[in-house]
Design a protein around this ligand. Structure first.
Ligand code: BYC
Ligand code: FE
Ligand code: FE
Length: 473
């Protein structure tokens, strides 16, 4: 990488003047978007201790330093090419991977890249106001770390659009900055990215469950026959790990603190809200909401789109090499459908079940996280446990979206749903309570809001009370 370049990269941008000019033309629009839609209140005077990707070398890919947010150096990095890489699945199994976009797959590939790209700035927009109620400087810094990296993920997709999709790609790159999360006229493409992230409980659940859909989708795109897409998404996955760490450890620390408050003040059976903590029921409701929304992000259980993505080698399964039959032409997959009041197990061609197969991987990965959370409750002697709701619960996409299910997967009536929804999903009362306990930011180094425990260690081996965000006028 040549660090003096306006756009840091490992794609030899300076030897492709046309592309370089196109990206340098997009860059000021990106910065305008970042200033307007990125983290509110912390752009001008604050220096944030951040990691910046500077190469793809596994031993030294990041550099840590203080940086002002708008001066962050968003770069374009693709994982190193795999020599002689072959197509790993679908009808073209075994052929050479593509370095250019085949004309016949231009539209679906563009659509995949645009859908992926759209989520990245959307999440920054959703999290824009969270800094105002941060539980600590450590958490504030992690929020901004995630935000700048989602910004970089947008750059990754815009690089592909500009390099491989010509005029249409350039137009799509502009539109990625014109749609906005929650906008009535021009919303973001996928549902979960138009939902508000109002508080830090939402935020940690989002980074736990929705960023993990990012991991699902990036794993499957990293199998793509389009080699530049594969390499870009492979490098994005290294950053994604930190986002999920933020979510999982954030909830762990809330649980830790809730248990502590219960023991210290009220005895294990009392209302922890009386001493400013977050009760397990409220945590479970937020888990239910973000998990079910993130299940929706995997698409319909039975999908001809997914089948043709797989057949054509555009989007594979997570860890495709762990499967035996890479063409998936013959097998069937069992899907529990619900037809006229009854469950029926339908055998569907395996290719049409690719969304569901990816969702299986996702659910298993989430489950491990919830088990780690439950270890905390167990250690503190509580008998309550968190759980993942059944995958049919609260769905808005796919075959379960027409029927109401409870969190255990049982069919319920619309009236029953209305009666129970406040026990299963976040309520206005939850939101008001969270707003209240998160009304004031905690800016003193080493101090934490009352509802959350400190982390066990700081960032990059620095102490927990390091001044991760510093104001300078
Ligand atoms: N909301 O055949 P179907 C991340 C549409 S997160 C609204 O079931 P398909 C991140 C669908 O477009 C990862 N609409 O689905 C995380 C289709 O429309 P048409 C993001 C939806 O095509 C945190 C119709 O419903 N990456 O990176 O298999 C922070 C029937 O579709 C939704 C990707 O998603 C929905 N949830 O689509 C920052 C990867 N689901 O054809 C970042 C790229 C489906 O009827 N996208 N529809 O007009 C894909 O691979 C696929 O498009 C989907 C599933 C996974 C979204
Ligand atoms: Fe991302
Ligand atoms: Fe992420």
């Amino acid at each position: 990488m040549i660090s003096s370049e306006r756009i840091p990269n490992n794609v030899d941008l300076s030897s492709n003047k046309r592309l370089q000019r196109a990206l340098e033309h997009w860059q000021p629009k990106y910065l305008e978007w970042w200033n307007e839609m990125g983290p509110a209140d912390f752009q001008e005077h604050h220096h944030v201790y951040l990691r910046t990707a500077i190469s793809v070398d596994p031993h030294g890919w990041v550099h840590y330093d203080y940086v002002k947010l708008p001066e962050y150096r968003w770069g374009i990095f693709l994982a190193e090419p795999v020599q002689d890489r072959k197509i790993g699945f679908g009808d073209f199994y075994g052929a050479d991977v593509w370095q250019e976009v085949p004309g016949e797959f231009r539209n679906p590939l563009r659509r995949l890249v645009v859908t992926q790209g759209d989520t990245e700035p959307a999440s920054v927009e959703q999290q824009r106001l969270l800094g105002r109620g941060c539980p600590s400087l450590y958490d504030l810094r992690n929020l901004f770390q995630v935000n700048v990296e989602e910004g970089r993920h947008l750059w990754a997709m815009v690089y592909l659009l500009h390099s491989y999709f010509g005029r249409d790609g350039r137009d799509e790159a502009e539109e990625l900055l014109e749609r906005h999360s929650g906008d009535d006229d021009k919303p973001r493409i996928l549902e979960a990215f138009n939902e508000p992230i109002e508080n830090w409980l939402d935020y940690f659940m989002f980074t736990m469950f929705t960023d993990r859909d990012g991991k699902s989708q990036l794993l499957s795109l990293s199998e793509s026959s389009l080699d530049p897409l594969s390499r870009t998404t492979r490098f994005m996955l290294t950053e994604e790990a930190h986002h999920m760490f933020v979510g999982e450890s954030g909830i762990s620390r809330i649980l830790e603190r809730t248990c502590e408050l219960l023991r210290e003040h009220t005895g294990l059976s009392e209302d922890v809200r009386k001493v400013g903590g977050i009760d397990l029921e409220m945590i479970q409701r937020h888990l239910n909401a973000w998990f079910s929304m993130s299940l929706d992000l995997h698409g319909s259980e039975v999908s001809t789109n997914a089948a043709s993505y797989f057949a054509n080698g555009l989007k594979g399964r997570a860890y495709e090499e762990s499967f035996e039959d890479h063409k998936a032409l013959h097998g069937t997959y069992q899907v529990d459908a619900f037809v006229e009041g009854n469950f029926v197990t339908r055998d569907v061609p395996i290719r049409t079940a690719m969304n569901e197969i990816l969702r299986d991987w996702y659910v298993a990965d989430c489950k491990k996280g919830v088990e780690r959370w439950n270890k905390i409750l167990e250690r503190h002697g509580l008998s309550d446990r968190l759980y993942l709701p059944d995958r049919k619960f609260n769905r808005h996409i796919g075959i379960y979206s027409e029927t109401r299910f409870d969190p255990w997967g049982r069919v319920i009536s619309a009236e029953e749903w209305e009666r129970q929804r406040t026990t299963w999903l976040p309520t206005p009362d939850d939101k008001a309570y969270l707003k209240n306990i998160m009304a004031h930011p905690v800016f003193e180094p080493g101090k934490f809001a009352n509802y959350i425990a400190p982390p066990s260690k700081g960032v990059n081996r620095l102490p927990v009370d390091f001044e991760y965000v510093r104001r300078e006028d």
